[in-house]
Design a protein around this ligand. Structure first.
Ligand SMILES: Nc1ncnc2c1ncn2[C@@H]1O[C@H](COP(=O)(O)OP(=O)(O)OP(=O)(O)O)[C@@H](O)[C@H]1O
Length: 318
């Protein structure tokens, strides 16, 4: 489980993206329900949701690529779309798989991109190629690049304008395990440089391994948001192994401070204590009653556990 807390900068910093009452309808179809959502600065933020949840629609609206039906968007402190130029000056984004001229080299593709950016962009090309690990292949045609290399060149293209915020829609899609690992390392190093990165993904595991904070959306609605540890560790349960689980269950359930004790695996109970009960109390109560304890281990919920818990609760409510 990723227990990385959001960096202090994120806790103290301004939101880099904020929406209020944001909605998007395509005809009768509601793609984004009124959404109040914010992305803290200085961290890797995951926008997580199943296919069709509305992630790409949200990103397109944030970037001003499609109009919102109603509501407000603030991007790097600027209202969108009214102050689009000022906002986008600080943003690099990849919304679909990045496209390049296949008969030009990686370096030539960046030269073409730099020509339409600010004056410093051309001078940054070599540094950017090194930054995304493409110096050795910079003079090969982009058409010969793997998807992972094209993704990295895409990030390089974003970095030409030295953005404060990168928005990457499904950056791990289609990558092999090595490519995924490279992308994860790249995103973490962009955050270490002081940039903010928002990625969208339907891959729980990737968001959990890569991000400091996240929002979960489904059917255009915000389901949960917070730091990774806030969302993933939603349990106080403890695994209790003993020589006599039936007796252990009876002893623990005899205490008002224990709300549940069920079999987790042979010889092991999953015990739900009230919030403030220390694990050492569970041990003491059992030992005082002559039960020999051989395991006491807090349950560390994964993001997947929490995601399934949240979405199944929603499913029941619907
Ligand atoms: N141009 C469009 N016209 C009509 N409906 C659309 C359009 N774009 C998106 N939608 C609908 O809006 C909803 C959200 O789609 P969106 O592509 O934003 O989801 P997503 O979370 O990015 O999913 P995926 O991971 O599959 O890309 C879906 O029901 C989709 O069919």
């Amino acid at each position: 489980m990723n227990t990385r807390a959001a960096p202090t900068r994120a806790a103290q910093g301004q939101a880099v993206i904020q929406t209020a009452g944001l909605t998007k309808r395509f005809g009768d179809r509601v793609a984004i329900a009124p959404l109040d959502f914010q992305v803290p600065g200085g961290c890797a933020f995951g926008l997580l949701g199943p296919n069709g949840a509305g992630k790409t629609t949200l990103i397109r609206m944030v970037l001003g690529l499609i109009p919102a039906t109603s509501g407000e968007i603030t991007l790097l402190g600027h209202q969108m779309p009214a102050s689009r130029a000022a906002a986008l000056a600080g943003v690099g984004a990849i919304v679909e798989e990045p496209r390049f001229h296949p008969y030009l080299t990686g370096r030539e593709n960046l030269r073409v991109a730099a020509a339409v950016r600010n004056r410093g962009a051309n001078g940054r090309i070599d540094a950017v190629l090194g930054r995304v690990g493409l110096s050795d292949r910079a003079d090969d045609k982009a058409g010969s690049y793997s998807l992972g290399m094209r993704q990295r060149l895409g990030i390089g293209r974003c970095l030409l304008s030295d953005p404060r915020l990168l928005i990457l829609d499904e950056p791990m899609n289609g990558l092999d395990p090595a490519g995924i690992q490279e992308m994860r390392g790249m995103i973490r190093s962009l955050v270490d440089e002081g940039r903010s990165v928002m990625i969208s993904s339907h891959l729980l595991d990737e968001v959990e391994k890569t991000c400091d904070a996240l929002a979960i959306i489904d059917r255009g609605e915000l389901i949960a948001a917070g730091t990774m540890s806030e969302i993933a560790s939603g349990t106080n349960d403890v695994l209790v192994g003993s020589d006599d689980p039936a007796r252990a269950a009876a002893v623990l359930l005899g205490r008002a401070a224990v709300t549940n004790a069920v079999t987790d695996s042979p010889g092991v109970l999953r015990v739900t204590p009230a919030d403030a009960v220390p694990v050492s109390d569970l041990n003491r109560w059992l030992v005082e009653d002559g039960v020999r304890v051989n395991r006491l281990e807090p349950v560390r919920a994964t993001l997947e556990d929490r995601f399934l818990e949240i979405t199944s609760r929603l499913g029941e409510a619907r």
